[in-house]
Design a protein. Structure first.
Length: 160
């Protein structure tokens, strides 16, 4: 799956740009997650295979684009801190998601909980439809120097 995601990312971003590639991968793949609750015995197992394959490939493509953007956008001395902070935020919310999923599965049942959670994933992909992502072909390579931007602060000198 990683090789497929890597090839899709490389070809998609070369053709459409990083911003449009991120939007296309996320918005195009998220609705396929709604096939997963339709899974059942027999031929309906194909709903799980198709839904999870497209959803996870799209998420992997989006993650590759975001990671490459984060590495190129963050200043060299801050790249490790930015990556660590993002990983902390992403993995730090996993226990809350597990509790929410388990609670909904207990309260509503497994299939209704899947509908609710995968519906939320599909709806939340719309959060990417911001002017910053839809206006251009590519994500910015570095922060723009705006009006009123201050020059970088000098390191304090001690002992002189």
């Amino acid at each position: 799956m990683a090789a497929v995601a890597g090839q899709v990312t490389r070809r998609g971003t070369a053709r459409f740009g990083t911003s449009r590639g991120l939007l296309g991968a996320t918005l195009g793949a998220a609705p396929f997650g709604l096939l997963i609750p339709l899974t059942g015995p027999g031929p309906r197992v194909a709903c799980y295979v198709a839904g999870s394959l497209v959803l996870y490939t799209g998420l992997a493509v989006g993650n590759i684009v975001i990671a490459a953007f984060r590495q190129s956008y963050a200043p060299p001395g801050m790249c490790g801190r930015v990556t660590a902070t993002m990983r902390f935020l992403i993995f730090g919310t996993s226990p809350a998601g597990a509790l929410l999923g388990g609670g909904l599965g207990t309260w509503l049942g497994i299939r209704p909980a899947l509908w609710v959670l995968l519906g939320a994933v599909t709806a939340s992909s719309g959060l990417l439809l911001t002017r910053a992502l839809t206006a251009g072909r590519d994500l910015p390579a570095r922060p723009a120097a705006g009006r009123g931007a201050r020059p970088p602060a000098r390191a304090p000198r001690y002992g002189s």
